[in-house]
Design a protein around this ligand. Structure first.
Ligand code: AMP
Ligand code: ZN
Length: 473
């Protein structure tokens, strides 16, 4: 099925055509590692993972890069002022390098818990300083940048397409520019490529002077082009990255190389919390641990995010997370019931058409700009049909295959690697369903037999008001 994606640059849905047939090269703006990423950040990163899984599933050879910003991202995304990392390190009374280590470790643990497939490269800004300096020099040579003392700025008037991605016009930006204009800049909209500040802890010596560090935007240009080449297929980020970050990346990269930088720009809409922006003062900047503390599983959050289209609004509330957790349990229950139904006596074709229809609807929704919301609706329709009408064993087999294909893309079931018990999660789900059924039918011998089988495999059962749950002991 042909893939179509919304391109923030053209503001249109476009058929996806990789630069090199059969391959995809993509870059995602990753976390600024000054504090553990919050659930909003993970909406953006889960979208990156969805793209990755889609291309894997469609058999494309993917090169995926997500950077770690560990220097140069100043407070308020500004051009002047303090580095977010150094401010936080000072608060915690630790060395900024140590802070980077701690937060990065946490970030990778979160990704693993969320079942995000590892990207092929996770470059860190501080490990690519020479590549950034090289771009700054190319821009100076090509007349897109100018040096004032030990600082270097990009001249936005030198790049005609500046503003194309965000729709901003330089004149309008300058009319609305803040009063305290940095008088080193030729124009208020020019932005820093390289800054010098003796107060900075993380700093490098270069031909521009001592005590320098890169601007946040040039970091992503350098890391993206190093791993993906001057021109690549897809660049993503949250919607706040469109301006100035991505606008500036385009100007720098294309200004330096003269080649088109990115074919397709994709942006995730912001996750809101309790109907508004997350904020420290409201105490709702949640991390994954906050969800676990309230008894949720990290994958429930994954479900909540994927249930919404990535460009649609998504409001995080505890109630919404509770519904997501319920719905995800419903999917696991479906898998268990289907596994059991595969080996039932019921022959014939009953329901095959319905399964095929669900699969087609699912793939069509995904192919049309990754509409996971509509795609999941097709899965739940099939589940409802199964619960009402039942499916023959052949149709159940097909439905189970389909469900596993859904999971390969969405990653909602815990990883199904067989444990030492020798039972897969799906087999355990099926046994739990069979035991419940035996109990309903008052077949106590069968129910006990299954319980013994599960306990031998060190599976712990918990009877709760909403059904039986299990975990590996
Ligand atoms: P940062 O750590 O601030 O550099 O952000 C890392 C990524 O998370 C960027 O792509 C941001 O656009 C994205 N992001 C930040 N906040 C949110 C949010 N509330 N919802 C979705 N994405 C976000
Ligand atoms: Zn970036």
């Amino acid at each position: 099925m042909e893939l179509r994606f919304y391109n923030s640059m053209t503001r249109n849905l476009e058929a996806f055509k990789p630069i090199e047939e059969g391959t995809v090269r993509m870059y995602h703006c990753g976390p600024t590692v000054y504090q553990r990423p919050h659930i909003g950040n993970y909406r953006a990163f889960l979208f990156a993972d969805l793209l990755r899984r889609l291309f894997d599933q469609r058999g494309l050879q993917v090169t995926q890069v997500m950077n770690l910003t560990d220097v140069g991202h100043l407070v308020d995304d500004a051009d002047d002022g303090e580095d977010k990392l150094e401010v936080q390190a000072r608060k915690e009374k630790i060395d900024p390098w140590q802070l980077v280590q701690e937060v990065s470790k946490q970030f990778f643990a979160d990704l693993e818990a969320l079942q995000v497939r590892p990207a092929h490269h996770y470059p860190r800004a501080t490990e690519h300083i020479p590549e950034m300096i090289q771009i700054v020099n190319q821009l100076l040579e090509r007349g897109h940048a100018y040096q004032v003392g030990a600082n270097v700025y990009f001249d936005v008037h030198s790049f005609e397409r500046y503003g194309q991605l965000s729709g901003n016009r330089i004149e309008d930006l300058e009319a609305g520019a803040r009063l305290e204009v940095n008088d080193e800049k030729r124009h208020p909209s020019d932005f820093a490529l390289w800054k010098s500040d003796p107060q900075h802890i993380m700093k490098w010596e270069s031909e521009f002077g001592p005590d320098g560090f890169p601007g946040w935007h040039v970091e992503c240009s350098a890391m993206a082009m190093k791993y993906l080449g001057e021109s690549f297929d897809i660049h993503t980020g949250g919607e706040d990255n469109i301006f100035p970050h991505h606008e500036c990346e385009i100007a720098q990269s294309e200004g330096a190389t003269g080649a088109p930088f990115v074919n397709l720009w994709m942006h995730t809409r912001f996750l809101r919390v309790d109907g508004g922006k997350m904020s420290k003062s409201l105490g709702n900047v949640y991390s994954l641990d906050d969800l676990i503390e309230k008894g949720f599983e990290v994958l429930d959050f994954r479900f909540l995010v994927l249930k919404a289209h990535y460009r649609g609004s998504l409001n995080f509330t505890w109630e919404a997370l509770r519904s997501a957790a319920e719905a995800r349990k419903g999917l696991m229950d479906f898998r268990g019931r289907l596994t059991a139904a595969c080996s039932q006596e019921e022959g014939g074709e009953g329901g095959i058409e319905t399964v095929l229809k669900a699969r087609t609807e699912f793939q069509a929704a995904i192919s049309e700009d990754l509409n996971t919301s509509a795609a999941l609706a097709a899965v739940f329709d099939l589940r409802n049909y199964f619960l009402k009408e039942g499916l023959s064993s052949e149709a159940s087999k097909r439905a189970l295959d389909f469900l596993l294909e859904v999971d390969d893309l969405l990653g909602l079931f815990p990883n199904t690697a067989e444990s030492s018990s020798g039972l897969t999660d799906a087999e355990i789900d099926a046994l739990v369903v069979a035991r419940t059924q035996a109990r309903t039918e008052k077949d106590w011998a069968r129910a006990d037999e299954i319980r013994d089988q599960l306990s031998q495999a060190k599976i712990v059962l918990e009877d709760g008001p909403d059904g039986v749950h299990w975990h590996r002991g």
